[in-house]
Structures are given as structure tokens and as C-alpha cells.
Design a protein around this ligand. Structure first.
Ligand code: TXA
Ligand code: MG
Length: 341
């Protein structure tokens, strides 16, 4: 199969994409978080192809993407009131809501659970594709399972070339990290995966919102099936670097001294970048630790880039797990299998 990257500026392309979705095939497309690998979410045969192409474990449920509230309502069993209340504030946007499912949601979407994850993205291209296809679109991130999520069309191409017909190009994604997954089906609203909408933002609206224990502490069993898998991993061995700024600098310098035979690359904040920029190695400036949006938007892209340069080891500076930092550190801990120097 030949994989083509197209864009929706040519008017007839939206009809092409609509036909692909409605005929039960797959399309990769941009959202404001990461690129998704989409299929008609109400067609189990189409959804099955997503699992096959990604090599995704069958017990990991998918998110259904909708373009309006009417489409969302049809997917919800109970919990409609809470979905509407929260959705009206945060949708369209990087928040996925888990609610009791209605009968029309296929089992393959929910991996047999009685709940379904729903999101209304705010990316214009995503909304247009869902609207024209006139069906909720099931879409995980458009990468081979376990790899860092793609934030541009070329990265989707690298992972999916030969496996799907079309990738819709929408440039680099705005947020660069996946959506926050919020479970509204249990007694206490619970963040199952931190993401583009922060705990602090949700807490203003839902004072009793909590973060699933497994996100705050290693070793707890996650409530969200997807959280238990190795994820977001670059090919290079990677490690987080903790401590005060001075300690981090010293740890990295020592590590470089002891591993002269290895190609080591760094991902560090602007605050310590200049300590390494003159050395003969790849150093990525993630941006200031005060600008978490900036850091969030480049972590996956940076790992992919350093992999493409053949790095043996990537050292990544730890940041504070507050605000968007919770989502960033969640991804980085998975990428590094929680290994620190
Ligand atoms: O930003 C995003 O959410 C991207 C873009 C493409 O929209 N999508 C994405 O999908 O990240 P995926 O499949 O990589 O992650 C979906 C997460 C997984 O952790 C999965 O376990 C969880 O949502 N999930 C889906 N349905 C669920 C359910 N019914 N109960 C609990 N967790 C669920
Ligand atoms: Mg994913």
C-alpha cells in the first residue's frame, strides 16, 4: 500500500477522506494534542484495523472523537448530565471524558468495559473530518504502539508508511501531549491520565477531583488500561536527571565523563542549556522551566529527533510535576521506565 500525505486545502480532499472513513478504512489526522489514527468508531471491522496497524494490545480501549454535543450524547448511557456540565466548559479541547456507554458503542472500542471515553477536539481539521464523516471517530495516537506520539505528519509517515492510505497534514500540533482522561463514571471524578487540561484547571470546577494513585506513585495498579503499558519510549536508553540545578549539571557532567564511548544526547531546560552547548554532543533546549506549554510541545518531537541521530543514551532533565508538568513528567517517566541518574 502506498501512503500519501495530503492536506485539506484542496477542496475535494475532504470528500476523499470522508469516503475512506465511511468505507471502513483508516486515516491519520492532526488534533491539537497529537496526530490520531482514525476509523469509523461505530464500525467494529474498521476499528479492528487500528489495533492491527498499531500493534496495540486488544485490552486497551479507544477514545471516540466527536464534532458536536449531539454526536456525544448518543454514545452516553448514564452520566449525561456530568458530561454536559464539564464538556460545555472544556470542549472542544484536550479533555477526554469517561462515562457509562450507550448500546451503540461497540465492545471493541471499550475493550469490553461498560464505560466509553469521549473527546471533542478543537483542531479545525479534526472537527471537519469528523463532521463530514458524520460518525464518531475512534483514534489513538498515530504511532506504532510503545513509541513516542507523533506531533507532525512526517512522523506519522515514519511509523505508518505502507500501512494506511492517507495522512492528513496539519503541521505541528499545538499541545504536543495527549488529552487529559477524566473518569466521570465513578463516585469521585478521577484523572486517569494527566494531559492538556491540568488538575488545577479541573479543580476549579470540580473541587473533589482526584488524580489516580498510579500516576502519583509507582507500583500502584492504574485504573486506565492504557497506563500499564510501556509507552512513549525512544530507541535510545533514556534516563531522567533529578536534583537542584547545580546537582543536575554535575550529574550530567559526571555521566558524560564515565561514558565517553557512548553517543549521549541531552534534553534540558534553557536554565542549564548554556552549560552544555559548547560540548561535542546533541543538546536540545526544551525551553524555560517557567514555560511548561513550550516544554510539553517538544518532548516527543525531541526524543524522535535524537533517535534519528543515532543516540545511544538520552539524558532528560526532570521538571516540577505541577500544572502541565504533571503530564510532562508522566510521559517522561514512562519513556525512561522511571530510571534516574
Ligand atoms: O489526545 C489524545 O487523547 C489522542 C488524540 C489522538 O485524540 N488520543 C490518544 O489515544 O491519546 P490513546 O488511545 O493513545 O489513549 C487513550 C487513553 C488510554 O490510556 C486508554 O486506556 C484510555 O484513554 N481509555 C480509553 N477508554 C477508556 C475507558 N473506557 N476507561 C478508562 N480509560 C480509557
Ligand atoms: Mg497513545
Amino acid at each position: 500500500m502506498k501512503t500519501q500525505i495530503i492536506n485539506l486545502e484542496e477542496k475535494e480532499n475532504i470528500n476523499l477522506i470522508k469516503d475512506i472513513i465511511q468505507s471502513g478504512d483508516l486515516v491519520a489526522f492532526p488534533t491539537e494534542t497529537v496526530y490520531g489514527l482514525g476509523a469509523d468508531g461505530l464500525n467494529p471491522e474498521a476499528v479492528k484495523k487500528i489495533f492491527e496497524v498499531k500493534g496495540r494490545p486488544q485490552d486497551n480501549p479507544l477514545i471516540l472523537h466527536v464534532s458536536d454535543f449531539e454526536m456525544a450524547q448518543k454514545l452516553v448511557g448514564e452520566d449525561l448530565e456530568s458530561l454536559m456540565e464539564i464538556g460545555e466548559i472544556f470542549w472542544p479541547g484536550p479533555l477526554t471524558l469517561v462515562v457509562k456507554k450507550s448500546e451503540i458503542v461497540p465492545d471493541i472500542i471499550t475493550a469490553g468495559l461498560d464505560t466509553v471515553a469521549i473527546r471533542m477536539p478543537r483542531n479545525e481539521i479534526a472537527l471537519k473530518i469528523i463532521k463530514f464523516s458524520n460518525t464518531p471517530i475512534a483514534a489513538p495516537s498515530a504511532n506504532i504502539s510503545g513509541r513516542p506520539s507523533p506531533t507532525d505528519a512526517d512522523t506519522c509517515f515514519n511509523d505508518l508508511n505502507g500501512k494506511i492510505k492517507y495522512i492528513v497534514d496539519g503541521g505541528e500540533t499545538e499541545i504536543g501531549l495527549e488529552s487529559t482522561v477524566l473518569d466521570l463514571s465513578s463516585d469521585i471524578p478521577t484523572i486517569l491520565r494527566p494531559g492538556g487540561v491540568t488538575f488545577e484547571q479541573l479543580q476549579k470546577l470540580i473541587p473533589n477531583v482526584q488524580v489516580d494513585k498510579s500516576i502519583l506513585k509507582e507500583g500502584e495498579t492504574p485504573k486506565s488500561p492504557g497506563q500499564k503499558y510501556k509507552h512513549y519510549a525512544p530507541n535510545a536508553d533514556s534516563y531522567l536527571v533529578s536534583g537542584s540545578e547545580d546537582q543536575k549539571i554535575e550529574k550530567i557532567k559526571n555521566f558524560l565523563d564515565y561514558n565517553k564511548d557512548k553517543k549521549i544526547s541531552l534534553m534540558v531546560t534553557s536554565e542549564i542549556y548554556d552549560k552544555f552547548e559548547d560540548l561535542d554532543l546533541e543538546v536540545i533546549d526544551l525551553g524555560s522551566k517557567k514555560n511548561l506549554e513550550q516544554i510539553g510541545s517538544v518532548i516527543f518531537r525531541s526524543m524522535r529527533h535524537l533517535d534519528s541521530l543515532g543516540s545511544d543514551i538520552i539524558l532528560i532533565e526532570e521538571i516540577n510535576a505541577e500544572g502541565l508538568g504533571l503530564a510532562i513528567m508522566n510521559r517522561l517517566k514512562k519513556s525512561t521506565s522511571n530510571r534516574y541518574i
